[in-house]
Design a protein. Structure first.
Length: 451
């Protein structure tokens, strides 16, 4: 991996073309010196289905490892998980709990080991390690690992930076690991699939080893010209994955509510898809996707949940079950209320003679928040994004954050839209209420912690 040349000029690679590096990039920093207080203010969740409580006189998080830094939180992005976790009682490892998954902060204490960072640097920290409340965003001071920390370029606002990190991590891992996209031709990006294949397997968390090492084979990796169908195309993660996919020269089909988001997505230079499909009638959307691609769409990414992932599953099928065998003759259950064929469950099987594959390559469906319960016998593989790779494997996290810096500096990655700002940690509950009501779409809310 070629490091980002912060102190010299050299060559860079974008889509296979070499060009001179831009002048040494200016990353944001603060000249003021901050004296650490003895206590801080945080938002605490004391029980499920309760609002967060503003709590003062709380202990500052402590540095435990030599590669960790301490930041003063300037802004925190508000994510759907921040209200869904307490409302539905999941993703809460301990009580009381501090939430918040991404932030921008000012470096107060630098890592003890050698690193890129200096005091005063303004940085993005995607807090994907939700079990470690030291790294949570809803507090005045937070911890970050150096290999999970992104310096904020001068062309990106603090507010925009605070809603970028988690979406970038999820999108890059979905493309790079689950689909095998090679980013090495884009601003000296990483080939994450090859990197992970060459790691000692013992470095990988046990529960993601199968996804990382056996999820997709070499000859099925996504390549230039392949279709990527994104269902839920207006989400923040979709916003990022479409940019990275376009840089990778994939063809993008975006399925979304065109009444709400059609004009914005069609006119947005960074995320404009090759084809925009209305999600109002899922059966019709599936028909359009299969017709336009001639049944050759191999990759799908769903951002919404099991129901929409099931529709996307149908869109990726290589076999026309209806044409090859009538439902009654196949012994399949009747159509569901949605009009889609219900997915068969074991011990039911189809004979090999009844299948008419259109392609020898498997299709791959990645679910960000859920997957269909079962797989048909048509070669579709189901994937979950191995988020743990980012914060538990430093070799992976490091190349991802350095690449994100280069993408931002060179203007190749545009942060999501900031829809609104709430002031102070005391404004978080009202901001989350707006998310609950569905008042926010097409971007994110931000909490400005330091006013």
């Amino acid at each position: 991996m070629i490091p980002w040349p912060f102190t010299s000029r050299g060559k860079r690679v974008i889509q296979g073309k070499y060009d001179e590096d831009p002048p040494v990039p200016a990353f944001q920093s603060s000249p003021q010196s901050i004296e650490l207080p003895h206590k801080q203010t945080v938002l605490l969740l004391h029980a499920p289905r309760e609002p967060y409580q503003l709590t003062s006189d709380y202990e500052l998080p402590t540095i435990k490892n030599d590669d960790e830094l301490l930041v003063r939180v300037r802004a925190a992005g508000l994510n759907p998980i921040d209200w869904k976790a307490p409302d539905f009682n999941f993703g809460i490892p301990t009580l009381p709990y501090i939430s918040g998954r991404e932030l921008v902060g000012e470096v107060i204490v630098v890592p003890r080991t050698g690193s890129w960072f200096r005091k005063g640097d303004i940085v993005i920290i995607p807090s994907t390690d939700y079990r470690d409340v030291r790294k949570a965003a809803f507090q005045e001071y937070a911890i970050g690992s150096s290999y999970n920390t992104i310096r904020l370029p001068s062309n990106t606002s603090v507010e925009a930076g605070s809603i970028l990190g988690v979406a970038f991590v999820a999108a890059a891992l979905a493309l790079g690991i689950c689909m095998g996209v090679d980013f090495s031709g884009i601003a000296d990006g990483p080939d994450l699939w090859s990197l992970v294949q060459n790691l000692d397997p013992r470095k990988l968390p046990v529960d993601i080893q199968k996804e990382c090492l056996k999820g997709i084979c070499e000859n099925e990796r996504a390549k230039e010209g392949d279709y990527l169908v994104v269902w839920g195309g207006s989400s923040t993660c979709a916003y990022i994955i479409k940019q990275l996919a376009r840089l990778s020269k994939l063809r993008i089909i975006s399925v979304t509510d065109t009444r709400k988001h059609g004009i914005r997505l069609s006119n947005h230079a960074s995320i404009r898809p090759d084809l925009l499909v209305d999600s109002h009638d899922p059966v019709r959307a599936v028909e359009i996707i299969r017709s336009v691609t001639s049944g050759k769409a191999r990759f799908g990414f769903d951002t919404q949940g099991k129901d929409t992932a099931a529709h996307l599953f149908e869109a990726l099928q290589k076999t026309d079950l209806n044409a090859s065998l009538p439902i009654e003759e196949a012994g399949l259950p009747a159509s569901s209320s949605s009009g889609l064929l219900r997915l068969p469950t074991p011990p039911f099987t189809l004979s090999s003679e009844s299948l008419q594959p259109l392609s020898q390559s498997s299709s791959h469906l990645i679910g960000l928040t859920g997957l269909p319960k079962t797989e048909k016998l048509t070669g579709t593989k189901l994937h979950s994004v191995p988020i743990k790779l980012f914060h538990e494997v430093p070799e992976v996290g490091e190349v991802m954050v350095r690449w994100c810096e280069r993408l931002l500096v060179e203007g190749l990655l545009v942060p999501p839209d900031v829809i609104g700002v709430v002031e102070g940690l005391e404004g978080v509950n009202e901001g989350l209420n707006r998310l609950r009501r569905g008042d926010v779409s097409g971007g994110r809310l931000v909490c400005r912690v330091v006013r």
